[in-house]
Write a protein that binds this ligand. Structure first.
Ligand code: NAG
Ligand code: NAG
Ligand code: NAG
Length: 369
């Protein structure tokens, strides 16, 4: 088998994952197979990605992205009345990124920048065309979430404005009209939409939503920094649907699942957030990035699952975080068989996918519309 060596490493890394969600019966062998397959894909893809990096139209797109992020940063601050100009926490500059790429383990670096730091160092350029690997979907994917940008439903927590730009891994061109599902746990480590013990239940919808990518392949969500639960580092989930259609009831249907991934966060930022209420009330032992099996295989030199970020107010974390990343994926693949759905939302709320715990993949999505 072609990828046998990495398979053995994954086996060790994934051994701990069975504990991820108490009560979860996700078939472990299937999880291993899918992780291994995606690992192989991601390596191939990252090579494709580096080839198109210097094309002029790609440089222009990056320039636009930089301006857009800067404008968003100013808009978010203005909306919150933030005028403070002290240096902001930023994950890393280009040099730090190069170091990370070379050594594959520098996940904690932060940098104080001053108002005179060039904006390209903050919102640009070379640190953005980054591949996030296709990753395991986890047990709590719910089909049929509402199309909405703000998924917070007034829950407490650190506001997070997340902007993701999706590009074709082979051409680096932005991918419009994608439907992106985002889901995550709340500050107490609880997911909505699923009936599993200790979660929010089938009627709840908090911290789940869908956005459609614009002409530049960009979606944005207003959410909260996620909390934590047993056995996993802090993370969010996304899926990408290509060729889906928006329905009259503000959901989407059809299309192919072309990307499944999890976003992770700098440990230093997680630690800051977890020290604040209500996150600090969650007494479940935390799992740092370094001990999470998914980050372990995700963060190699080939790809970077950590979004870039700035605090909107460097002196006040509670004002929120602006975070962005670029995700390169292959719009020609279909990972539908791996997009295991825990529940499907209908007019009367969610219902369990009866095949889920048996390792059956997807309840077929609605076909018309
Ligand atoms: C990006 O990379 C190019 C070429 O490697 C370099 O000239 C430029 O200074 C880099 N930009 C940033 C912001 O580091
Ligand atoms: C999101 O919605 C909640 C509840 O409606 C609201 O309190 C919050 O201000 C909104 N956030 C943003 C960034 O618009
Ligand atoms: C939205 O409409 C589709 C197509 O009619 C239907 O299958 C789905 O259950 C509806 N979703 C909700 C949340 O009402």
């Amino acid at each position: 088998m072609l990828f046998k060596a990495s398979f053995t490493i994954l086996l060790a890394a994934l051994g701990e994952l069975a504990l991820g969600h108490p009560g979860e019966k996700h078939d472990r062998r299937m999880a291993l197979q899918e992780a291994n397959m995606r690992h192989a894909f991601a390596n191939v893809n990252s090579q494709a990605l580096s080839k198109c990096d210097s094309a002029p139209e790609i440089q222009q797109r990056k320039e636009r992205a930089m301006k857009r992020r800067l404008a968003t940063f100013h808009r978010l601050r203005a909306e919150r009345g933030i005028t403070d100009d002290t240096p902001h926490l930023h994950r890393r500059n280009a040099a730090q990124f190069a170091k990370w790429a070379a050594t594959s383990h520098d996940r904690t670096g932060t940098l104080a920048f001053t108002p005179s730091t060039p904006t390209s160092e903050i919102f640009g350029a070379n640190s953005t065309c980054i591949l996030t690997p296709d990753n395991i979907i986890g047990p709590y994917y719910v089909l049929g979430s509402q199309i909405r940008r703000n998924i917070t439903e007034s829950l407490p927590g650190i506001p997070l404005h997340l902007e993701i730009q999706f590009v074709d891994v082979r051409t680096c061109t932005p991918q419009p009209a994608l439907f992106i599902d985002l889901w995550q746990c709340n500050a107490a480590g609880v997911y909505s939409g699923v009936s599993a013990a200790g979660q929010g239940g089938l009627k709840s919808t908090f911290l789940r939503g869908v956005q459609q990518s614009d002409a530049d392949g960009v979606v944005a969500f207003d959410t909260l920094f996620p909390g934590h639960y047993q056995g996993r580092a802090t993370h969010q989930h996304i899926t990408v649907h290509v060729g889906a259609k928006q329905l009259a009831n503000n959901t989407y249907a059809g299309g192919a699942v072309t990307h499944i991934s999890q976003l992770f966060f700098d440990q230093a930022l997680i630690d800051k957030v977890e020290a604040t209420a209500p996150y600090s009330a969650n007494r479940v032992a935390r799992t740092p990035n370094a001990r999470d099996g998914y980050t372990g295989y995700a963060a190699t030199a080939a790809y970077d699952p950590f979004p870039e970020y700035v605090l909107l107010d460097a002196r006040d974390l509670s004002k929120g975080v602006f975070m962005w990343l670029e995700v390169a994926f292959d719009p020609r693949v279909d990972y539908g068989q791996y997009a295991t759905v825990a529940a499907v939302v209908g007019p009367d709320g969610g219902r369990d996918n009866p095949g889920f715990n048996l390792g059956k993949a997807v309840t077929p999505p609605p076909t018309h519309g």
